[in-house]
Write a protein that binds this ligand. Structure first.
Ligand code: TXE
Length: 483
C-alpha cells in the first residue's frame, strides 16, 4: 500500500496478529478536512487486556534474549524508517499538519533513534565494586523493568513513540503502544514496520482507541509494570495518582511554558529567528515551544517591531505546499482552545500586537495566523500552556529581572537566552530551573543522544532519550558473592 492513499484496515497488532477492533474511527487531514487520512480499528478495555496478556507472556523469553538479537531488530526498524522517510513524512504531514520538511525530518529522527538504541542494546552496563566486607564481591547489573505501557501524544507521532519504544525493546522489555486518537495512521505505520522486524509474537503490541478506555486500561492494569506518557498535565496527573497507588514505575512528560530571554547585547537577527522558530514552527504545538519571550527593556520595542514584521511575512498554509512555513492547527478542538486563549488574553488586558486571525486557504483547513501579545507576568496567557501559535512578550529591566521572570513558572522543561555575553550565558545555564537550556538557539530542537525532560510541573520520573533512558527501562540488581 502507498501512503499517498487511504490506509485500508489500519488494525490493532496483538500477539503477533492484526486484529479488527470493537469500533472504527477516522483521522482527517487538518490542511484539508474533506480528506480522510485513515480508517482505523478502535479497541476497548477487553481487547487492551488481551494485548497486555500477550506482552506479559512474551516477556520471559524476550527479556533473556541476547543483546545481538535486540540490536538486529532495532537496526532493521531504523533502516526501514530511514529508507522510507519521504513516504512516511508525507503521511505525517497529511495526518498531523506539520510542514513536509518538518515531517520528513521527524521521521528521519525516529529512524536515527532506533539505530542509536540498536547500539545501546549492545552496551547495557553494570558496575563492579569492592565490598566493604572481606572476601565478598559486589556488582550492580541492569535488568528489564517488565511490561511497558507507552501512551503517546499527537504532536510528534513518529519521534515520541520511537524514543519510548526503542529503549523499551533495547533493554528487553515487552511493549503495548497506544498512539493518540488524532494520528492512528502514523502509529499504525510505525507498528507495521516493527511487526516485520523479527520480534517474537507478543513482544510488541499496538492498541488504538480512546485515552479514557484503552489508555486507562494500561494505567490500571497490575500486569503493566511501567508506564511512559507524554501529553497534557491533567492526564499526566491522573496517571500519576493511579500508578503511584499500585506502585508502578512511571515517567511523565507534560507541558511547558518555556522562556526565551533576549538581552540588549544579543544579535537581533539571531534572536528574532530563535523566537519565530521556537514560538511558531510546528504551529507552536511543541512542549518545547518558546511561549514566553522575555526581552530586556533597552531592545524591547525594536525587538517586538522586528518580530511582528517577520510574523506578518510568515507563510501559513497547507502542510504540503512548498513555501508553507507554518501548517494548520491540528484539529477543530485545538483551534477552539487557541481562539479562547486570544479572548482570555484580551480580557486580561494583554496588548495584542499581531495575528490570531482565522485564515482562508484554497482548501478547508484549521488555519490561523501566529499571534503575539505584550503581557504581564501574572496574566494567564503568560503562565499556562496554550499549545498553539500564540506567544507573549514580557518586559525585563535587566538580566537579573529576566532570569527571575524566566523561573517564575510552575513548569521547567527548557529555557533559552540570546546574548553575546559569555558571563550571562554561563550564569543562565546554571540558574535556569529547567531540564534543558539553550544559548543563542531556539528552545525547540533537541538532539536524540542526550537526556530529554524537565523539572517542576513539566516532567516526572527519570529522563528520556540517550543513555539516560536506561534509568527508566531497566531496574538495578545488586549482587553479593563469596567463594
Ligand atoms: O492530550 P491528552 P490531548 C496538551 C495540549 C493539548 C492538550 C490536549 O495543551 O491541547 O494537551 O491534548 C491519552 N488514561 N498537550 O487530548 O489527553 C490520549 O489518548 C490514559 C501537550 O491529545 O493528555 C493520548 O494518547 N491515557 C503535550 C495521550 O494520553 C489517556 C502533548 C495524550 O492525551 C487518558 C499533547 C487516560 N485517562 C497534548 N486520557 C506536550 N506538552 O507535549 C487521555 N489519554
Amino acid at each position: 500500500m502507498k501512503f499517498g492513499e487511504l490506509p485500508q484496515n489500519a488494525r490493532q497488532y496483538i500477539n503477533g496478529r492484526w486484529e479488527t477492533g470493537v469500533t472504527t474511527g477516522i483521522s482527517q487531514n487538518p490542511s484539508d478536512t474533506r480528506e480522510v487520512v485513515a480508517e482505523y480499528a478502535r479497541a476497548d478495555r477487553n481487547q487492551t487486556e488481551l494485548a497486555i496478556r500477550a506482552a506479559a507472556e512474551a516477556l520471559p523469553h524476550w527479556s533473556h534474549s541476547t543483546p545481538q538479537r535486540r540490536a538486529d531488530v532495532l537496526d532493521h526498524i531504523g533502516t526501514e524508517i530511514l529508507a522510507r522517510k519521504a513516504e512516511l513524512g508525507l503521511l505525517l504531514a497529511r495526518e498531523e499538519g506539520k510542514t513536509l520538511p518538518e515531517a520528513i525530518a521527524e521521521v528521519a529522527r525516529a529512524g536515527q533513534i532506533f539505530k542509536f538504541f540498536a547500539g545501546e542494546a549492545l552496551r547495557v552496563q553494570g558496575e563492579s565494586m569492592a565490598s566493604v566486607r572481606p572476601g565478598v564481591q559486589v556488582d550492580v547489573t541492569r535488568e528489564p523493568v517488565g511490561v511497558v505501557g507507552i501512551i503517546a501524544p499527537w504532536n510528534f507521532p513518529f519521534a515520541i513513540p520511537a524514543w519510548k519504544i526503542a529503549p523499551a525493546l533495547a533493554y528487553g522489555n515487552s511493549v503495548i503502544f497506544k498512539p493518540a486518537e488524532l494520528v492512528p495512521a502514523c502509529g499504525w505505520a510505525l507498528a507495521e514496520i516493527i511487526s516485520r522486524s523479527g520480534l517474537p509474537a507478543g513482544v510488541f503490541n499496538l492498541v488504538m482507541g480512546s485515552g479514557r478506555e484503552v489508555g486507562q486500561a494500561l494505567v490500571d492494569s497490575p500486569r503493566v509494570h511501567a508506564l511512559s506518557f507524554t501529553g497534557s498535565v491533567a492526564t499526566g496527573e491522573r496517571i500519576l495518582q493511579t500508578t503511584a497507588a499500585r506502585r508502578a514505575k512511571v515517567q511523565l512528560e507534560m507541558g511547558g511554558k518555556n522562556p526565551l530571554i533576549v538581552l540588549a547585547d544579543a544579535d537581533m537577527d539571531q534572536a528574532v529567528d530563535c523566537a519565530v522558530q521556537g514560538a511558531y514552527f510546528s504551529t507552536g504545538q511543541r512542549c518545547t515551544a518558546s511561549s514566553r519571550l522575555i526581552v530586556e527593556t533597552g531592545v524591547h520595542d525594536a525587538f517586538v517591531a522586528r518580530l511582528r514584521q517577520r510574523m506578518a511575512a510568515l507563510k501559513v498554509g497547507h502542510a504540503l505546499d512548498r513555501d508553507t512555513e507554518m501548517g494548520p492547527v491540528v484539529d477543530r478542538s485545538q483551534m477552539e482552545q487557541n481562539q479562547a486563549w486570544l479572548e482570555i488574553a484580551r480580557a486580561e488586558g494583554a496588548e495584542h500586537i499581531w495575528g490570531g486571525d482565522l485564515l482562508e486557504r484554497a482548501t478547508p483547513g484549521h488555519y490561523m495566523s501566529p499571534a503575539l501579545f505584550l503581557a504581564k507576568p501574572e496574566h494567564r496567557v503568560a503562565r499556562e500552556e496554550i499549545f498553539g501559535p500564540v506567544a507573549c512578550v514580557l518586559r525585563a529591566d535587566n538580566y537579573e529581572h529576566a532570569l527571575a521572570l524566566a523561573n517564575d513558572t510552575p513548569f521547567g522543561l527548557c529555557a533559552g537566552i540570546c546574548t553575546t555575553s559569555l558571563k550571562q550565558a554561563m550564569h543562565f545555564k546554571r540558574h535556569a530551573e529547567v531540564g534543558m537550556t539553550m544559548v543563542n538557539l531556539p528552545t525547540a530542537g533537541v538532539d536524540y543522544h542526550v537526556p530529554f525532560g524537565g523539572r517542576k510541573g513539566s516532567s516526572y520520573g527519570p529522563r528520556e532519550q540517550g543513555r539516560y533512558a536506561a534509568e527508566f527501562y531497566t531496574t538495578a540488581k545488586t549482587g553479593y558473592m563469596r567463594a
